[in-house]
Each structure stands twice: as structure tokens, then as C-alpha cells.
Design a protein around this ligand. Structure first.
Ligand SMILES: Cc1cc2nc3c(=O)[nH]c(=O)nc-3n(C[C@H](O)[C@H](O)[C@H](O)COP(=O)(O)OP(=O)(O)OC[C@H]3O[C@@H](n4cnc5c(N)ncnc54)[C@H](O)[C@@H]3O)c2cc1C
Length: 256
């Protein structure tokens, strides 16, 4: 079985919006979106010791290679990075076109996603990509079993679980409760350097420059602002006395 896993390289720490470009500030250090580590782990578990293949795919700046290498170090077999200046600034619609183009080349039996990206928190890309690939999609997977040409998913809901079965090829977005991702071993980290790593341009994915990046994005961020202040809110700055100030406040309200 061939499994493709989509992974995003996200800024480390708290996401910050750059007021100039009105985009996420990606200038600092980045890391593998931790929700996607669950998807990589699940792909490795499903492959087991069998002779399948796990290929990890990302669209992003050159630095996104670090996250793909981490997935390779965890045990993935091959990596594909779509990195092209013409794709910068892609919104959800444009991102889904590029990823669908990269995935179409792979013809994987199963495509796995994380539940959401920790920076933009859209939690929609898997549905958009599945629609473009014309494949069934199941989200919030807490358990995934593949038998022959069928994938069975225990789907987490507010009130319990749905059990959904669909035929392969399919798209599944896993929940972060599905597993505990492994840490890459030293052997894994060293071995990752020798694994196949392919870098694609937009043209390789079959997406026209007019359909990606700013040009292909139908959404535009017009303005950024803080939420309106609440009348009764009090802001306690993080100095050495902050903890005591919070305790005093809670005591004043008779909450402690
Ligand atoms: C005007 C505008 C400009 C934008 N410019 C940028 C930009 O320059 N760079 C940018 O990153 N975002 C940009 N965004 C945000 C962009 O829309 C989202 O990053 C993208 O749509 C995915 O949504 P998300 O990150 O919320 O992912 P979600 O839908 O939360 O992600 C779900 C899952 O999809 C997969 N996934 C998400 N992103 C990727 C990826 N890039 N590669 C592989 N797998 C992925 C992961 O498995 C993830 O767990 C922009 C948005 C707008 C409105």
C-alpha cells in the first residue's frame, strides 16, 4: 500500500501576523506541524513491516525541507517539497490546487492529513484536496484500519464515535488522539539524509501560476486588529508580581 502524508512547516512558538504583508510571519524558526506528526506516525503504523511506501509531501518555502526531513527521520521513505515563488501567499483554494496536483502524481492508495495546521488552524484543507481528487474523505479519525481495498475509520464526535467504511483510494484526516508520535532516533536522523527527496516547481504539479500564490487566491486580508476590549477586563502584564496579582484578583472575586 502506498500512503501519502501531507505535512506543513509551521512557525515555532506563537504565530505572528506580519502587519505589512498581512500574512503569517515565517521569518523565524519553523517546525513540523505537531498535528501532522500524528499523520506520519499513523502512516508508519499502517505500513508496518510490509513492503508499502510512505511518501511525505509539503508545499512551502525551502525551509519546509526541515519538517520533511523530520518525517523521514521518523521513518517515512521519500519526501516531496513543492517550493516555488509563484506559490507564495496561496490561500486555502490555491493551496488545495497545488497539493492536489502533487498528490495526483503519486496515485497513493491512502492520503493522510493532520487534523489542522497549528498556525492558520483552517482544518479544511483535507476536504478541499479530497474534492479536487474526487476521493472520499473522513476526518477526525481516532482509529484507522485498512483491510484489502477498504479503510475503516472510527471517527471522533462530540457524542462518541461514528464508524465509517469507504473504499480506497481515500483521504483521511487523523485526530491528535489517534496515537503518540515517535521521536526520531539518531539512526533515523542519519538515515534520513540518504532518503529520496524531490523538489517540485509549480509547473511540475500542473498548476498554472495564475491559479496559485496571490494571483490564484480569492481571499484577501483587508485589515488586522485586536478584538474589541471587554469593559470589565483587566490586563496583568507578565512580570514577577503577575502570579500574585492574579491570585489577589481571584480572591477579590471570591473565586479562590
Ligand atoms: C490571502 C492569504 C494569503 C495566505 N498566504 C499564505 C502563505 O503565504 N503561506 C501559508 O502557509 N499560508 C498562507 N495562507 C494561509 C493558507 O490559506 C493556509 O496555510 C492554507 O490554506 C492551509 O490552511 P491551514 O494552514 O489552516 O491548514 P489546515 O486546513 O488547518 O491544514 C489541515 C492539514 O492540511 C495539511 N497541510 C496544510 N498546509 C499544508 C501545506 N502547505 N503543505 C502540505 N500539507 C499541508 C496538513 O496535513 C494539515 O494538518 C494565506 C491565507 C490567505 C487568506
Amino acid at each position: 500500500m502506498k500512503i501519502a502524508v501531507c505535512v506543513k512547516h509551521v512557525p515555532e512558538g506563537h504565530g505572528r501576523i506580519d502587519p505589512g504583508s498581512k500574512r503569517l510571519d515565517r521569518s523565524g524558526e519553523g517546525a513540523l506541524n505537531h498535528f501532522d506528526a500524528n499523520a506520519v506516525e499513523e502512516a508508519l503504523r499502517l505500513k508496518g513491516d510490509g513492503d508499502g511506501e510512505v511518501v511525505v509531501i509539503s508545499m512551502g518555502p525551502e525551509k519546509a525541507a526541515d519538517s520533511l526531513r523530520k518525517a523521514l527521520a521518523m521513518g517515512a521513505d521519500r519526501a516531496v517539497l513543492v517550493s516555488d515563488a509563484a506559490a507564495e501567499g496561496s490561500d486555502l483554494v490555491a493551496t488545495s490546487k497545488v497539493l492536489a496536483g502533487a498528490l495526483a502524481r503519486e496515485e497513493a492508495d491512502l492520503v493522510l492529513f493532520g487534523q489542522q495546521a497549528s498556525d492558520a488552524d483552517g482544518a479544511v484543507l483535507w476536504a478541499a484536496v479530497a474534492e479536487r481528487l474526487r476521493r472520499p474523505v473522513v476526518s477526525q479519525a481516532a482509529e484507522v484500519t485498512v483491510t484489502g481495498d477498504t479503510v475503516r475509520v472510527k471517527r471522533q464526535t462530540e457524542f462518541g464515535y461514528d464508524v465509517i467504511e469507504t473504499s480506497l483510494p481515500a483521504v483521511v484526516a487523523v485526530s491528535d488522539a489517534i496515537n503518540e508520535p515517535r521521536y526520531p532516533s539518531l539512526k533515523g536522523i542519519m538515515g534520513a539524509k540518504k532518503k529520496p527527496f524531490e523538489t517540485l516547481t509549480l509547473a511540475d504539479t500542473g498548476v498554472e501560476p495564475a491559479d496559485a500564490g496571490d494571483a490564484g487566491s480569492k481571499t484577501e486580508v483587508l485589515a488586522l486588529g485586536s478584538p474589541p476590549a471587554r469593559g470589565d477586563a483587566r490586563k496583568i502584564e507578565g512580570d514577577a508580581n503577575a502570579a500574585q496579582a492574579i491570585v489577589d484578583f481571584l480572591a477579590e472575586k471570591r473565586l479562590v
